[in-house]
Design a protein around this ligand. Structure first.
Ligand code: PLP
Length: 469
């Protein structure tokens, strides 16, 4: 057999599947691996969000390759030490349980091993990516020339958006160019401006109001001051769903301001953008359709397996004019389409679009709406159970809620948050501990479909007791 020179003689599994016949050993290997995964998922309820022990198998490859049995044993050790997003108490971050359709698509994606760099390396998948991005753009209400590209995570989508915005403004060589973001925006914008070679003061914070939204009151003055200083602004970023409390900036008003000032309007919808997919929640994002670019992260709530992020742009040709270099080692793309590798920063890319597509098809419109609505309902229910006389709660209209004891200083909030986080972990609830506005908070993200009222009642009781005396 052609490929078997790589095989350990003691093992019957070929490292490369035969191109000529059905590989029964591979079939068994995949079935056994799938059983292992299903068993791991099935015991999520008993184990808790975090493993009690994490033991790694040997790291370096041995001289002889391993048999399928040994590979699965090693895999199971890694699995035993993994974070368990399917436990109902896993509420710390934006990392929900995986959709089963998405898990299967990820496996198939690995088996296909296509490359979204270029059409000839991923004929059907390149088309799927183009069409699904267009579907998202249409659904959100973006104009006819809109489109997008998948990226490995929201940080990358946001970076690409800023690069496109700066390029469109003709400021790609101006290291003093300015971008405005909410003071509650995600840290990835700081990273992006560093990578873009901008001066440290190029990233200007915009003050927020009591609800954690960009305050419009000072925005025009801020733009005027930047202009008077002789600096040029290339984008204004609104966040749809801030990281700590899920606040949504006033998108419509910011969009109108950007239109008046001829500024690129980017919406970081990594958390909240998907709520535009449901007729019942899209009103929360009024004005998002005016955006020049939008970041969406279906990995954060819909259960699409990581990573899954999209950068949508109102005018797809902006992606091409910013990133296309020509691919002299690749055949031209078919029709009048542009290769995926010419529409963003990444070259070789996996077909992440497959798990997004299959996951959404599995949920259907009804499932998507239900998932989004129930996440908000869980946050609402839980918020009502908290003792507001003792806790200061910050939250927006989405599924994220943070809280800290009233009348404590920074040091006391740190002490409380560390002790309470551990007590909750002992009871199999995992929350996160963001530092926000000079205080430590505990944060719960209600995007886990396994979390029921009975869990929320227990969690709220434990939290209320933590500030009891
Ligand atoms: C609002 C917001 N934008 C962007 C990001 C970055 O996304 P990623 O972690 O996929 O790079 C995050 C991550 O939590 C976020 O909360």
């Amino acid at each position: 057999m052609a490929g078997n020179r790589y095989r350990n003689p003691a093992s019957s599994l070929e490292p490369f599947a035969s191109p000529n016949h059905l590989d029964i050993e591979l079939q068994k290997f995949l079935q056994d691996a799938c059983s292992l995964l299903c068993e791991w998922l099935a015991k999520a309820g008993q184990t808790g969000p975090l493993p009690s022990l994490s033991v790694l198998p040997e790291v370096a490859p041995l001289f002889e390759g391993l048999s399928s049995e040994s590979l699965l044993e090693d895999l199971s050790l890694i699995m035993e030490g993994s974070y368990q997003p399917s436990h109902p108490g896993s509420l710390a971050h934006l990392d929900p349980p995986p959709l089963t359709g998405s898990v299967v698509a990820d496996l198939i994606c690995a088996g296909l091993n296509n490359n979204l760099l270029a059409e000839e390396l991923s004929p059907s998948l390149s088309r799927l990516e183009r069409l699904l991005c267009k579907w998202f753009a249409e659904r959100i209400g973006m104009p006819a020339g809109a489109g997008g590209v998948a990226a490995s995570g929201g940080s990358l989508s946001n970076l690409m958006a800023l690069v496109v915005a700066r390029n469109s403004a003709g400021l790609q060589h101006d290291s003093k160019a300015v971008v405005l973001v909410s003071k509650d925006a995600h840290v990835c914008f700081a990273k992006a401006t560093r990578v873009m070679g901008l001066q440290p003061d190029s990233l200007e914070d915009v003050v927020t109001n009591e609800e954690g939204q960009i305050s419009l009151k000072f925005l025009e003055e801020q733009l005027e001051r930047i202009r008077a200083e002789g600096r040029k602004c290339f984008a204004l970023v609104a966040t749809a769903g801030t990281t700590v409390r899920g606040a949504i900036d006033p998108l419509k008003e910011i969009g109108e301001l950007c239109e008046r000032k001829n500024l690129w309007f980017h919406v970081d919808g990594a958390i909240g953008g998907v709520f535009a997919l449901s007729n019942k929640t899209k009103n929360l994002l009024r004005g998002i359709a005016f955006a020049n670019s939008i970041t969406l992260n279906p990995q954060k709530l819909l259960g699409i397996t990581k990573t899954s992020s999209l950068l949508l742009v109102a005018n797809q040709s902006n992606l091409v004019s910013t990133f296309a270099t020509g691919l002299p080692y690749i055949e031209p793309s078919w029709g009048d389409h542009v290769h995926g590798g010419e529409m963003g920063l990444q070259g070789t890319r996996p077909a992440e679009i497959l798990k997004l597509w299959l996951g959404l098809r599995q949920l259907g419109q009804k499932g998507i709406e239900q998932l989004l609505e129930e996440a908000i309902q869980r946050r609402n229910y839980f918020e009502k159970k908290l003792d507001l006389t003792k806790l200061q709660v910050i939250s927006g209209p989405l599924h994220i809620i943070s809280f800290t004891p009233r009348n404590v200083d920074n040091h006391q909030s740190a002490k409380w948050s560390i002790a309470t986080k551990q007590k909750l972990l002992d009871q199999k609830f995992m929350l996160s501990r963001p530092f926000h506005n000079d205080r430590y908070y505990l944060k719960a993200v209600m995007g886990n479909p396994h979390t029921q009222k009975i869990h929320l009642d227990k969690l709220a009781n434990l939290i209320n007791q933590s500030v009891g005396c």
